[in-house]
Ligand binder design. Structure first.
Ligand code: ZN
Length: 428
């Protein structure tokens, strides 16, 4: 499990006073205390957390896998617009933009998928009339009106790959992670975009989650280009998938993330809940930068009670924004930049300054890492900050027990590979 090893490394680095990982809270606190200098000041580039919700988009909840239909979401009710509202409410409550990794075949009101027989269980006889109704426009309206708290991410059309009415896993790659024929992949991306257009839901998204997590890092047998390169040529900049089930994961360059043909690929790690768990308030520690879940995990069997489950996720996630070593990313673009800085930007402190070293970060394929970063500083008393080499866009502080936690939003100056943030006690 690559990511677990990575977090142990993070703990080791943290003990050296450089960076913090998000390992078990007690271990983090113990190591931190040991590293705390005598004046009690530590500076950290916190690990960002991004929420990724799979299998959004089904209208039927039925697990059809026994009869060669998709697994879908595996619940005993159909999906309703309130299930989309749950995603928005999670985003609004936390000030984040959850990714809804979306499956679109049951949104196809023109039956265009007849021309892609491998994309659904009905093949060339594809007929989606059952799921064409007013709920489509209601859900589309929720998505369109709440863009600040809802990111539509590519997941797939039918999720699996059908041949003569029988499926294999999965839509974009086979069991070993080998990409499906390129012309099929391109046609599925075209169809994804066309179904979004049927509902005025914008162009092709810039993020991707492979269905059934069947994916390979880098090109696969028989293909000159990787899945990431195909996606990248259409504007996708970021893929999220668990590295434990990704082929060629050893080639990942930076532990929890790597670049495949310039497309940032981030480890999802382990989900807290199984894919079909519904109506259960989540618990337990997150184990990496992605908080991965499946749509039912956010919902209740009675859609009117969805808010109870959403509240459970809010209670679980909000404390990660208060900790010194983690933060909630406000969207997936900021997530990519912050994760790059968390892993690659070095932090050191002297008597009156915090030094940032971007030399490793600037070597990443642009634009990742060119963007700003969040720095958190813990100290015994309130501090003021100034800098000639980086712009301090915002600075906030709050008292937490017998120390003060400062959160600084920094914007890099182009071309500078190092920056210094000076600190001094504030009067009073
Ligand atoms: Zn899925």
């Amino acid at each position: 499990m690559t990511h677990r090893r990575e977090f142990l490394n993070d703990v080791a680095r943290m003990a050296a006073g450089v960076a913090l990982g998000a390992a078990g809270a007690s271990r983090v606190r113990g190591a931190e205390r040991k590293a705390m200098p005598r004046d009690g000041l530590t500076a950290v580039i916190p690990m960002p957390l991004q929420v990724v919700i799979d299998d959004v988009g089904w209208w039927s909840g039925e697990d059809g896998s026994e009869r060669q239909e998709p697994y879908r979401t595996g619940i005993d009710r159909r999906h309703v617009p309130a299930d989309y509202h749950a995603i928005v409410e999670l985003g609004r409550a936390l000030g984040i933009r959850p990714q809804a990794a979306t499956v679109l075949c049951e949104w196809d009101k023109e039956n265009i998928l007849r021309t892609l027989p491998e994309s659904t269980w009905m093949g060339a006889e594809w007929d989606n009339r059952r799921w064409v109704g007013p709920w489509l426009e209601e859900a589309a309206d929720i998505i369109r009106r709440n863009q600040a708290h809802y990111e539509l991410t590519i997941h797939g059309l039918g999720h699996e790959h059908w041949t003569n009415g029988r499926y294999t896993r999965a839509e974009w790659a086979d069991e070993s992670g080998t990409m499906r024929p390129r012309e099929q992949v391109e046609a599925h991306l075209d169809a994804f975009e066309a179904i979004l257009a049927q509902h005025r839901l914008g162009g092709l998204p810039r993020s991707f989650v492979p269905t059934a997590f069947r994916h390979r890092f880098g090109p696969t047998d028989g293909h000159a280009v990787s899945m990431a390169e195909v996606l990248g040529s259409r504007g996708v900049t970021y893929i999220n998938t668990p590295f434990a089930s990704m082929a060629n994961a050893d080639a990942v360059q930076h532990g929890v993330f790597g670049f495949d043909a310039g497309v940032m690929t981030v480890d999802r790690g382990d989900d807290l809940l199984d894919w079909d768990v519904i109506g259960q308030v989540p618990g337990g520690p997150l184990n990496g930068p992605t908080c991965g879940l499946h749509w039912p995990n956010l919902l209740h069997p009675d859609p009117e009670r969805n808010p109870e489950i959403v509240a459970g996720w809010v209670a679980l996630l909000a404390p990660y924004d208060d900790r010194a070593d983690t933060m909630l990313a406000s969207d997936s673009v900021l997530f990519q930049h912050q994760l790059a800085h968390h892993v690659c930007t070095r932090v050191a402190r002297s008597a009156d300054a915090i030094d940032l070293d971007f030399r490793e970060t600037v070597r990443l394929p642009g634009p990742v890492g060119e963007g700003g970063l969040t720095l958190k500083v813990r100290s015994a008393s309130a501090l003021g900050f100034s800098s000639d080499t980086v712009e301090i866009a915002t600075s906030a502080s709050r008292r937490a027990g017998d120390e003060v936690l400062h959160t600084l939003r920094l914007e890099r100056r182009p071309g500078l590979e190092r920056a210094r943030v000076r600190f001094a006690p504030t009067p009073g």
